[in-house]
Design a protein around this ligand. Structure first.
Ligand code: NAD
Length: 486
């Protein structure tokens, strides 16, 4: 990113790149080489105060800006991001380790699609609704904090910030300190697109200082968070002090059920592909393959062949299919989980603790574990690494039971011989999103989870609605209603 080096020591407040009130920095590492790429400000609560004040000052003007103009600004920002797509893809690859080819599609292409889908959705929001003599008017929530993780950094940022701005809210963004640079590109794109100063602010730093200061700030009207369930729980508790509205996109432990009669090998490979994307560092990963017991061998053979086709290595090499994990800490955590699973009786079909990986960088081999029992920690914990568990079942009811036996409920899949049967099973699952016979996520349809996977929805109309507040105007009679402008 040509400008990111200049931004790295600065915060974006009120339309200006300014020095932090603190002096500390956070190193941003390349997980493939372990080199330090850059350093960003270790922001302070005073930085947060300044950004919230700037966002509050900009809020009335941006809320009063016509919807068409808000749409035009966000649409221009999407085009500007597209112009810098290659540069952003390379930056995210350097910070996260995503193979460049995947980065182009998932780290940049998809976020631009998400942003454009939000633009298309904005006119479809029910801004005003009439119920007899009552007019239900929906307007911006106010000043919003967006707190985002490192794994798909631009995607998570635009899903929140694009929706909030289209709703008429102003934003303070706290990107992940692990992969912050795409947040600078987004700030540049929005400013260049004509977003008024103060409507979007960026404060970098650590979660426990900057994130926490945002979550408990009385000037924040809503907080939209994507990240771990543990931090989501903490944010919910802190935000409750001010009755701040909270939207949480948290973890997952995606089940993929293969019904009797389905093409087991094809379903297993499709599941593994969705498990290993970004080295498994995707909340929507399908990490539990649930197969009829008598089909276990077929599934294992297909998975073993699939793992054999993977290439670990330099994310910039076009032959690479899997890059490193994001950090040494993440690698140590994933390795420990794999070793514990083997100790618990899981059988290594591919990869595993002894698999050879590149020496430099935080690599973990794609791993398939079979004979996994639903009670084992590996079947219950979100690994956030390239680890697929295979769990056998006897009856269809048992398959559904295993799939739902999780604190999470984000995403899943069902593969069956016919769509109708697969859809019937899919409808029994307590999941926010479920793919039927290979159906993929649609960036216009709501994204979010049940249970500990979160609260609220992103994408499209539903995503914008997260950032709206409702006022009911009661008129003397239906024929005396006066409609405000949107
Ligand atoms: P994380 O929860 O550690 O951090 C996420 C963000 O929260 C970061 O910006 C971090 O600095 C900040 N933060 C940390 N502590 C905080 C605190 N006390 N108060 C406020 N903010 C704080 O998550 P991560 O390691 O960056 O990302 C991985 C996790 O994110 C995984 O568990 C994954 O499942 C989840 N995730 C969920 C989704 C989804 O849409 N459901 C998408 C991607 C990632």
């Amino acid at each position: 990113m040509s400008r990111s080096a200049d931004r790295a020591g600065l915060q974006f407040v009120g339309g200006h790149w300014i020095a932090s009130t603190g002096t500390g920095t956070v190193a941003v590492e390349n997980p493939a080489t372990t080199e330090v790429l850059t350093r960003v400000c270790r922001g302070t609560p005073d930085d947060v105060d300044a950004a919230v004040a700037a966002a509050a000052a900009a809020a009335p003007m941006w809320a009063a800006t016509a919807l068409d103009e808000r749409i035009a600004v966000v649409r221009r920002a999407a085009a500007l991001l597209e112009e810098r797509a290659e540069e952003i893809a390379r930056t995210v690859t350097a910070e996260v380790g995503t193979p460049l080819e995947v980065s182009r599609a998932v780290q940049v292409g998809r976020p631009i699609q998400v942003l454009r889908a939000l633009v298309d959705a904005a006119p479809l929001v029910r801004w005003i609704e009439q119920i007899d003599a009552a007019l239900v008017v929906r307007g911006p929530l106010g000043v919003v904090a967006a707190v985002t993780p490192w794994n798909v950094p631009l995607h998570q940022s635009v899903a929140k910030i694009g929706a909030a701005l289209l709703a008429g809210c102003t934003v303070v963004h706290k990107p992940s300190e692990v992969a912050p640079s795409s947040a600078y590109a987004l700030a540049d794109a929005l400013a260049e697109a004509g977003l008024p100063a103060g409507a979007h602010n960026v404060i970098t730093g650590l979660g426990e200082t900057v994130g926490e200061a945002l979550a408990c700030h009385p000037g924040i009207d809503g907080i939209s968070f994507t990240g771990s369930t543990a931090v989501g729980r903490r944010i919910g508790a802190v935000a409750a002090q001010n009755i701040t509205r909270v939207a949480l996109e948290l973890g997952g432990k995606g089940p993929s059920i293969v019904l009797r009669g389905a093409d087991v090998a094809a379903a297993a490979v499709a599941t593994a592909a969705r498990c290993f994307t970004n080295s498994g560092q995707i909340c929507a990963a399908l990490s539990r393959l649930i197969v009829p017991r008598e089909e276990l061998a077929v599934a294992e053979q297909a998975l073993s062949a699939h793992v054999g086709r993977q290439r670990l290595g330099d994310p910039l090499d076009p032959a690479t299919t899997l890059g490193p994990l994001v950090s040494g800490a993440q690698r140590a955590r994933v390795r420990t989980l794999i070793e514990a699973a083997v100790g618990d009786g899981a059988r290594v079909v591919a990869g595993g603790p002894d698999a050879i990986v590149p020496e430099t960088g935080y690599f973990v081999a794609p791993t398939v574990l079979s004979d996994v029992h639903p009670a084992m920690p590996i079947a219950r914990t979100e690994v956030f690494g390239p680890v697929l568990c295979v769990l056998p079942y006897e009856t269809e009811d048992e398959a559904v039971e295993i799939a739902d036996d999780s604190e999470y409920g984000l995403v899943g899949a069902v593969f069956g011989a016919d769509d109708e049967h697969a859809a019937m099973v899919a409808s029994r699952l307590r999941l926010g999103m479920v793919g039927v016979n290979g159906g993929r996520l649609d960036v216009r349809a709501p994204f979010g989870g049940h249970r500990r996977s979160g609260i609220g929805r992103e994408f499209g109309v539903h995503g914008i609605e997260e950032f709206l507040e409702t006022t009911t105007m009661n008129f003397a009679a239906a024929d005396r209603i006066v409609r405000p402008a949107v």
